[in-house]
Write a protein that binds this ligand. Structure first.
Ligand code: NDP
Length: 240
């Protein structure tokens, strides 16, 4: 039977490409999202992939949703922690709310979702977890203290959890995308974006499919010797 893959934030942007890549790899995919019902409906209509609405920053909502997904679709054997937000501000203006929102949504969500599928993966002695970090978690970025801290935290989280899962054939890896052409990046002012692209040796933004390909690779059944790694997919922007 096809393994169930859950992709958080999986109905648009990079997450949508990941959901579709895993579907093409023969997985039964479910996607989560925060509130964009229109995107979720259109995505399900186009792909047949079911979408579940819950806040990945809220443990109780995650617990209820995982229970529902496992009851209605099947136990989650592949988890992609992709949902994320930015609330950019320099330290002078960065509010406690902006800090908490970004840490809770980007990093707290990895705890929430991994915690909820971990016992099942341990019991079955199989699991694939991919956490979506960022080049800005590796290199830092002006005006993104909160985001860089959360994404850098994801990279440490990944290495620690990989050690706990290794004997049970649960792999835990991260992908650190560079700048990818999605709504998140389209929100960057054009003059800033131009400067960013000028610093990418490959000379272009990444595509969502560039990242999805990496997730499909890391979640393959036979990718069981790759764990605790961070795969940089950034057009050479940061060679880490
Ligand atoms: P988008 O803004 O296009 O999509 C974000 C997705 O996350 C949406 O599906 C959104 O749901 C969901 N989401 C946001 N907050 C929550 C929440 N609290 N609970 C549940 N779901 C939530 O982002 P991208 O596709 O650009 O980014 C995807 C991931 O890749 C993020 O983790 C991002 O940090 C990372 N990344 C992106 C880069 C880029 O250049 N785009 C570069 C490096 C990393 P909804 O549609 O309902 O709002």
């Amino acid at each position: 039977m096809a393994k169930v893959a859950l992709v958080t934030g999986g109905q648009r942007g990079i997450g949508a490409a990941i959901s579709e890549a895993l579907q093409q790899a023969g997985r039964t995919v479910v996607a989560s999202y925060a509130g964009n019902d229109a995107a979720a409906e259109a995505f399900t209509k186009r792909t047949g992939i079911r979408c579940f609405k819950f806040d990945v920053a809220d443990f109780k909502q995650c617990a209820d949703a995982v229970k529902r997904i496992e009851g209605e679709v099947g136990t989650v054997e592949i988890l992609v922690n992709n949902a994320g937000i930015t609330r950019d501000a320099t330290m002078k203006r960065l509010t406690r709310e902006q800090w908490d929102a970004v840490i809770d949504t980007n990093l707290g969500s990895c705890y929430n979702m991994c915690k909820l599928v971990w016992d099942g993966m341990m019991a079955r002695q199989f699991g694939r977890i991919v956490n979506i970090g960022s080049v800005n978690g590796q290199a830092g970025q002006y005006g993104q203290v909160n985001y860089a801290a959360a994404k850098s935290g994801i990279h440490g989280f990944t290495k620690a959890l990989a050690q706990e899962g290794a004997k049970a054939q649960i792999t835990v890896n991260a992908i650190a995308p560079g700048y990818v052409d999605t709504e998140m990046v389209r929100a960057v002012p054009p003059d800033v974006l131009e400067k960013i692209i000028a610093r990418i040796p490959r000379g272009r933004l990444g595509t969502a499919q560039d990242i999805a390909r990496g997730v499909a690779f890391l979640t393959a059944d036979d990718a069981d010797f790759i764990t605790g790694s961070t795969l940089s997919i950034n057009g050479g922007q940061h060679m880490y």
